[in-house]
Design a protein around this ligand. Structure first.
Ligand code: SAH
Length: 224
């Protein structure tokens, strides 16, 4: 898979891809992540990528020209399955969406800034708009990192124990059950007996029960 992230702050995005599961997936060649500096596609002397909003009002708007130049240059090299714009008014990211995106070959993620991008970019270049939650961030970089992380860890081979991603919360519309590790008794705080029993079927049943209980309590909407 290839993820091309268009940003005015590539430095802000380096670190998330330089550690842990994401770094390993990149090192293994399961995914290629490119941070593309939008300013490289600006034809202005000052490499500016934004301008005042038509009609007035506070806040700058990201211009269509550099974005169009950048996306067209990328599209000339390969076809893209999705051109994503990170936006608070987009479709809310969830595990189902990440599962689908993780099966794609090439995607672009465009990070917005200021008041967002010129609407014509959204109308003519973007195929999918994603929000990571009902709050406003300063820029799309953190959203792009969240989206990429949730996708990359689902690519087969990214997580060493493959079943691990499949037993995470939201797969099967259930929250994950509680987990414990050693010691089995910490100052009288004990691990449930069943987990120490070695009885695989009972452990599986207990985990399923706990998942259901937790989902009913915390996220009954998932069970509908
Ligand atoms: N004026 C816009 C917000 C702009 S915030 C509005 O009210 O909708 C600047 C940029 O940060 C956005 O263009 C978007 O790319 C990113 N962003 C902010 N909040 C986000 C969220 N919840 N999910 C995804 N991207 C977000």
């Amino acid at each position: 898979m290839r993820i091309d992230i268009i940003t005015v702050l590539p430095e802000l995005l380096r670190s998330p891809f330089d550690h842990s599961i994401l770094k390993r997936a990149i090192d293994k060649g399961l995914v290629e992540v490119n941070l593309i500096n939008l300013r490289d596609y600006s034809t202005h002397k000052q490499k500016s990528v934004d301008d005042y909003a038509f009609g007035g009002g506070a806040g700058m708007v990201m211009s269509i020209e550099p974005i169009a130049n950048c996306i067209n240059a990328l599209k000339a090299e390969r076809t893209y399955d999705e051109v994503i714009y990170t936006s608070p008014d987009g479709e809310l990211l969830n595990q189902k969406m990440s599962n689908r995106l993780s099966t794609l070959k090439n995607i672009i993620i465009l990070c917005g800034h200021y008041k967002g991008v010129d609407q014509r970019v959204r109308d003519h270049f973007i195929t999918k708009e994603i929000s990571i939650g009902d709050y406003v961030l300063s820029g799309g970089e953190l959203a792009a990192a969240v989206i990429s992380d949730s996708i990359i860890r689902l690519i087969p081979g990214a997580i060493s124990d493959e079943t691990s991603a499949l037993t995470d919360s939201f797969q099967d519309n259930l929250l994950a059950p509680p987990v414990y590790t050693r010691p089995a008794d910490y100052n009288g705080m004990k691990v449930p007996d069943v987990l120490l029993s070695g009885h695989a079927a009972n452990i599986e049943a207990w985990r399923h029960e706990e998942s259901l209980k937790r989902t009913k309590e915390r996220r009954p909407d998932l069970l509908k």
